[in-house]
Every structure is written in structure tokens, then in C-alpha cells.
Design a protein around this ligand. Structure first.
Ligand SMILES: *Cc1c(COP(=O)(O)O)cnc(C)c1O
Length: 362
């Protein structure tokens, strides 16, 4: 650890790669010899053009996306997308399929309902407090899209493989596992991810939308809610969250040039997940809350034998330089978020601490 930084296991906003933070710090007062900070330059300047275009280029290169896909940077958080998706993509007589795998899926479904857009919940894992990802789902052939949450930040589950929708375009909220592994993007009509979990600071949501989805956007939407307008203007219909976009650019550069791409990132993430889960499976003191075949490599949720022990665990972990381990209030227990930027050493330190804690209190 350096600069008195802790191992940050917060679920979001969350840890960012140290080299990225250092680069931001070094260039903060004088960006690219402009004599201004990135927070002071015009979004219409060639300096910012270079930033946003490089962020788009690197994102598309990392995911292997062709020209059919458009990368947008939008304000309003991930939660705005829950409404923008049905507003833009569902016309009269259209319907969409949703899979409910937790808090964020539930919120996405709620917005479709508020907007009175026809939709069907084709599968849900609510019967067991969302501890698993449903299998063998029957999607409706005529659905305009099939919406899933790729990683359930709060419940600690993740789709190991994306479902076969029989050709229905997938839409995924990938906020908490975006860029953590390679995947076949060609099946997706739209991908969205709030930056503050895995790719940057809060304030921006990345939306990747395919041409055929973009064509569905109606002309009668308020401009700020229209994917078509944001795409036509390269995310600069209004002032975009410039600083957050800049940070994303640096994270994508780090992924490409330091990590070596998404396969290399996945290898590291699998190693971190195995360290933690293998230890927990053998311990008996710590119990994972998600089914084994559904558990997340990003958010590891677990319980201790009692709530008092959980409180003590979180307190003593904090005293030992490990923060953010308290679980979400809707699940209780503990959660270690081990996003891309969490180094393997951080997970090793956590496992060492967990061993010592079990020895003393088990
Ligand atoms: C955090 C999170 C959200 C909510 O993001 P906001 O930017 O706060 O709206 C949505 N979906 C998932 C999967 C998340 O992890």
C-alpha cells in the first residue's frame, strides 16, 4: 500500500487503479499543456475531443465492437437508463422480457411499469432472496429486447454465461462487472454501466447501443432522454460529465496497456475470486450467501455465525486497513467488492485477516 491508502472493498463508488489516480493527480493543474485543468477546459475544445474519442476507441477495441455500436456517456446515473430503455425502445404494441435477479433488476422493471410499457417478467429468483441466477429461461420470440442484470451488486450473484434468447437482443445492466471479462457483444442490443463500480468515478453512465436499437428511438421524446440525439451529437448535445469521461479514458488505457486486455483481466479476477471463495468454502465459519454456480467474482457476499461477530469483523477489518466490508442493509452480513482495480494482494490481505479473525472468534 502507498500514500496511506487502505484496501477499499466498497461496492460503489469503489476502488480505482492507483496508476490512474496518480496520472489524474499529476495532470490535474495543467492538462496536456493547455495551462488549464481537465475540469476547466471546454467540452467543445480539441483537448476534450481527443479525450472522449480515445475513450470510445479504447472501449470498442477492448470489447471488439464494430461500427454498428455507438458508445455514449450520459448523466443521470444508471438508474435513468431503467426509464430511458423502455421510453426509447418500446413503441405501441411492443413488449419486452425482463429477468428479475435482484434489487437493480426490480428497479428496472418498476420503471417499465411506471411508463405503462408492456413487459413480461420471464424469470425471477426472488423466491430465495435472489441467491441464484435462473436457468432454462423461455424468452418470448416477439420481445423487442430481453433485459438482464449481468452482476447483482447487492446479492452477490453473476451470470456465468449469458442466456440464449433465441435471437431476441439482450440488454444488460453491466454496472458492476463491465470490463471484468471478455464476452460476445454481438448478441447485445444495448449495454449500460454506471462508471462508479468498475470503470471510473460517479457522474456518468456508459451506454453502448447497436444501430438497430437506435433506429427504434421515437422523435417525440424530450431531447435529453433520446438515445438518438445523444448518439448524433457524440454525447455532446449538452455538457457531458467531462471529468468522469476523462477518468474512464484513463481506466480503459490502463486496461489495454497495463493489464493487457479483458482476458488478462478475467484471469486476475478469477484468481482473486478463487482465493476468497476457496477459503470460505473450507472454513465453515464464513458462509457465502449465493449459490455456488451463481456467485459473483465482483461482489462476494457472506455471513458470519452471528450479527455481533459480523459487526466486530467489519470494525476490526477497518482497524486493519480494510474498508467497506459491511453488507448491503437488504442482505445483511458482509460483502467484499473485489472489482478490477482491487489488487490480488488486497484479497490475500483480506483472507489472512479472515483466518486470524476465525482463529480468535471461531
Ligand atoms: C449501483 C448500481 C446501479 C445504480 O447506479 P446509480 O448510478 O446510482 O443509478 C444500477 N445497477 C447496478 C447493477 C448497480 O450496481
Amino acid at each position: 500500500m502507498s500514500e496511506n491508502r487502505i484496501y477499499n472493498f466498497n461496492a460503489g463508488p469503489a476502488v480505482l487503479p492507483l496508476p490512474v489516480l496518480q496520472e489524474i493527480q499529476a495532470s490535474f493543474l495543467n492538462f496536456n499543456s493547455s495551462g488549464m485543468s481537465i475540469t476547466e477546459i471546454s467540452h467543445r475544445s480539441s483537448w476534450f475531443d481527443d479525450v472522449i474519442n480515445d475513450a470510445v476507441t479504447r472501449t470498442k477495441r477492448l470489447l471488439g465492437l464494430d461500427d454498428k455500436f455507438h458508445v455514449l456517456f450520459l448523466g443521470g446515473g444508471t438508474s435513468l437508463q431503467f426509464a430511458m430503455i423502455p421510453m426509447n425502445l418500446l413503441g405501441d404494441g411492443d413488449s419486452a422480457d425482463y429477468v428479475n435477479t435482484g434489487t437493480w433488476s426490480t428497479k428496472a422493471i418498476k420503471e417499465a411499469k411506471i411508463l405503462k410499457k408492456s413487459h413480461k417478467v420471464v424469470a425471477s429468483s426472488e423466491d430465495r432472496n435472489f441467491a441464484y441466477i435462473p436457468k432454462n429461461i423461455k424468452f418470448n420470440k416477439d420481445a423487442v429486447y430481453a433485459h438482464i442484470t449481468s452482476n447483482n451488486t447487492i446479492k452477490g450473484t453473476q451470470w456465468a454465461q449469458f442466456p440464449d434468447t433465441g435471437g431476441v437482443p439482450l440488454i444488460a445492466d453491466m454496472s458492476s462487472d463491465f470490463m471484468s471479462r471478455p464476452f460476445d457483444a454481438s448478441k447485445f442490443g444495448l449495454i449500460y454501466a454506471g462508471a462508479q463500480k468498475n470503470i471510473g468515478p460517479a457522474g456518468v453512465c456508459m451506454v453502448i447501443i447497436r444501430d438497430d436499437m437506435l433506429k427504434r428511438c421515437p422523435d417525440n421524446l424530450p431531447s435529453m432522454l433520446s438515445y438518438k440525439i445523444h448518439a448524433d451529437k457524440n454525447s455532446m448535445y449538452n455538457t457531458p460529465p467531462c471529468f468522469s469521461v476523462y477518468c474512464i479514458q484513463l481506466v480503459m488505457k490502463w486496461l489495454e496497456e497495463t493489464v493487457g486486455g479483458l482476458s488478462a483481466m478475467e484471469t486476475i479476477n478469477r484468481k482473486k475470486g478463487a482465493l476468497l471463495y476457496d477459503f470460505m468454502d473450507a472454513s465453515g465459519f464464513y458462509k457465502g450467501t449465493a449459490d455456488k454456480d451463481s456467485r459473483s467474482l465482483m461482489n462476494v457476499t457472506f455471513r458470519l455465525p452471528s450479527e455481533d461477530l459480523e459487526k466486530l469483523f467489519v470494525k476490526q477489518a477497518t482497524e486493519n486497513g480494510m474498508g467497506g466490508l459491511k453488507g448491503h442493509r437488504s442482505v445483511g452480513g458482509c460483502r467484499a467488492s473485489i472489482y478490477n482495480a482491487m489488487p490480488v494482494e488486497g484479497v490475500k490481505a483480506l483472507v489472512d485477516f479472515m483466518k486470524a479473525f476465525e482463529k480468535k472468534n471461531g
